[in-house]
Write a protein that binds this ligand. Structure first.
Ligand SMILES: NC(=O)c1ccc[n+]([C@@H]2O[C@H](COP(=O)([O-])OP(=O)(O)OC[C@H]3O[C@@H](n4cnc5c(N)ncnc54)[C@H](OP(=O)(O)O)[C@@H]3O)[C@@H](O)[C@H]2O)c1
Length: 345
């Protein structure tokens, strides 16, 4: 395994982070425990979860993933071997049935206490805001209908002040963003600087060969402001794997939950996938290896959050850390990107 530190801290984290959002839906407790045992044995010491997991989010499975992680901590005593990231759900169309209280002091307090209970721990290393409260164009829509007159009020400093309180109580150690835009990220950093409040140290956003919009504005912020990307969905929900070329997709996320996966299955995405697959084949790599190795080597990525439903997938994905892409391969990837930029955005 390769390691780095969480920005502005001395907390050592693996460059591969274990995503857990399938635990409680596609994976049961036993399978979740197996994945965590294997990942830890391979040197993966960084796990990501959220109060709303498993996915697709349903009221019945709210908190299911955290419970599975909690029962593993209890069974194994491994809490101190893991750097644990979780999130409070943002209010909004995706999760209105789970949390519509936004990031008020009461909401954050309730979310942290419930997560700690389910996780059977007394601290979370990295606590993230899953979505901004305001409407944000995090998936790269054209002509996004910004609602400047919406009921959302600028509360960046209030949210940081509340989170500071929980850092001081020891319930969370550091804070991060997710699905955030350049504007929102800079507003948080500005408030931290001006008001001497804790600083967001990571941004967890989508990044894959099919969705590289992070490079347009946020990557510069990552590099200059030292706020690292935790790249999620690096296989674009699994479509950047050979099984989609071979039509071997029974019980896969895309088939089970088609409405959850729409942007990765457009005609443009399918065309791009074939082109990336050809590069992988030419260089004797699987498409998953190529896709993950590309994310692993990006200078603005702190850690690559992988996901798996089968142990064979988990092995392949963690193994991507040992694959070095030559400049020739990176140039070939970038040539496809120039032709077909961000088909899933
Ligand atoms: N902050 C956010 O809003 C957000 C959003 C999404 C994810 N995340 C985080 O990022 C983590 C990873 O996201 P993700 O699950 O979407 O990642 P992903 O890498 O894009 O997709 C993972 C899925 O692809 C399939 N797969 C994985 N490896 C494979 C392989 N080697 N061969 C064939 N199929 C393979 C599996 O699904 P099937 O077996 O069903 O095909 C697996 O569950 C999540 O667990 C979560 O922690 C965060």
């Amino acid at each position: 395994m390769k390691y780095t530190t969480l920005p502005l801290t001395d907390i050592k984290v693996s460059k591969i982070c274990l995503g857990t959002m399938t635990f409680g839906e596609q994976n049961n407790e036993v399978e979740g425990h197996q994945q965590m045992d294997y990942a830890l044995a391979q040197g993966v010491n960084f796990f990501d979860t959220a109060e709303l997991y498993s996915v697709p989010a349903r009221p019945e499975t709210y908190g299911a993933t955290e419970k599975i992680i909690g029962s593993w901590f209890k069974k194994t005593g491994n809490r101190d071997k893991v750097v644990l990231a979780s999130k409070i759900a943002g209010s909004g169309p995706y999760t209105s049935h789970i949390r519509n209280t936004g990031f008020s002091k009461e909401a954050i307090s309730e979310a942290i206490d419930r997560s700690l209970q389910r996780l059977q721990t007394d601290y979370i290393d990295l606590y993230q805001l899953h979505w901004p409260e305001r409407p944000v164009n995090c998936f790269g829509l054209r002509d996004f209908p910004y609602q400047l007159e919406s009921s959302w009020q600028d509360n960046f400093a209030d949210v940081l002040t509340t989170l500071d309180d929980f850092i001081k109580q020891g319930k969370i150690r550091h804070i991060g963003l997710s699905n955030e835009s350049p504007w929102g990220t800079m507003r948080y950093l500005q408030e931290s600087n001006v008001k001497n409040l804790p600083r967001m140290i990571t941004i967890q956003n989508a990044y894959s060969l099919l969705h590289r919009t992070y490079e347009a504005g946020l990557s510069e912020i990552s590099m200059r402001e030292n706020i690292g990307l935790l790249a999620y969905s690096p296989l674009a929900f699994g479509v950047l794997t050979d099984k989609y070329l071979n039509n071997n997709t029974e019980n896969s996320r895309v088939n089970l939950f088609p409405s959850f996966c729409g942007r990765y299955t457009t005609a443009q995405s399918k065309q791009a996938i074939k082109k990336y697959a050809a590069i992988a084949q030419k260089h004797n790599l699987t498409l998953a290896q190529l896709s993950l190795a590309f994310v692993n080597q990006l200078p603005f990525v702190t850690s690559n959050i992988i996901g798996a439903t089968k142990m064979s997938q988990l092995k392949e994905n963690i193994g991507s850390i040992n694959i070095e892409l030559s400049q020739e391969i990176i140039d070939e990837i970038n040539a496809i990107h120039t032709l077909m930029p961000n088909p899933a955005a």
